[in-house]
Ligand binder design. Structure first.
Ligand code: TIU
Length: 226
């Protein structure tokens, strides 16, 4: 099938495609997490949750593969280099105790995916120590084993973990689509710039579309086919 997208239509087969949801975890979306300790207004990010829910429901109903990522570090921070932990001037650093547990540490309450987008059995959930979903994770191997060639991205933040993951994916040969209304940044101008640069030059990194362009195409498929 194919959907209207920018800069031109995006063709894909559902059985060869995965929905990749980047870091929709409490650390970034809820007050008291990593996003807020960096000085950001987290309310901006919560606004995309209904659109993400609608896409996730349609993708599941059509029988597509779903991948959730969490930005997460080991409890001993052995996978968090000083170059990451010491950046900026946050009120709490990665590994410090916050209102939702230790900041960005695996297994802590703040590290859980928000309930509205909680994974269900059969979906891939990956903890990633970097910004990109492919760095120090088995994602590429898992996708190859599943015969996946196309990735549809949602999540946060657009210009940090989503953009990095999409660039990593493009270099590994995946055709990538970013859902514009299902990704957000703490900085609206950065989101806009990221969206435009990803799809510029004839989809140099990938395509962009909206949830309203994708959902009807999914709904028109027979369940569990592509
Ligand atoms: N997931 C992700 O984007 N991690 C970040 O640290 N993003 C920021 O925008 N800070």
């Amino acid at each position: 099938m194919q959907i209207a997208a920018i800069p031109f239509d995006y063709p894909f087969e559902l059985r060869k495609s995965a929905l990749v949801i980047i870091d929709m975890q409490r650390d970034f979306i809820e007050p008291g997490g990593f996003g807020e300790t960096l000085g950001n207004d987290v309310n901006l990010l919560a606004a995309i949750v209904p659109a993400c829910q609608a896409v996730l429901a349609a993708w599941r109903a059509a029988g597509g593969l779903v991948v959730h990522t969490r930005e997460a570090h080991a409890a001993d921070l052995s996978d968090c280099p000083p170059a990451k932990r010491n950046r900026g001037n946050p009120s709490l650093r990665i590994g410090d105790a916050g209102p939702m547990g230790r900041i960005l540490v695996t297994g802590e309450p703040g590290n859980q995916i928000i309930p509205a987008l909680a994974p269900v059995p059969g979906e891939i959930v990956l903890d990633k120590p970097g910004k990109g979903a492919f760095y120090a994770t088995p994602l590429h191997q898992l996708l190859q084993q599943a015969g996946i060639t196309h990735l549809v991205f949602m999540g946060v933040t657009t210009e940090v973990c989503v953009q990095t993951s999409m660039r990593e994916a493009n270099d590994r040969g995946y055709d990538c689509l970013l859902l514009e209304d299902c990704t957000e940044s703490y900085f609206p101008q950065f989101k806009q710039a990221a969206v435009e640069m990803l799809r510029a030059q004839g989809a140099i990194v990938g395509w962009t579309a909206t949830s309203a362009q994708l959902i009807p195409a999914l709904a028109a498929l027979p369940a569990a086919q592509g």
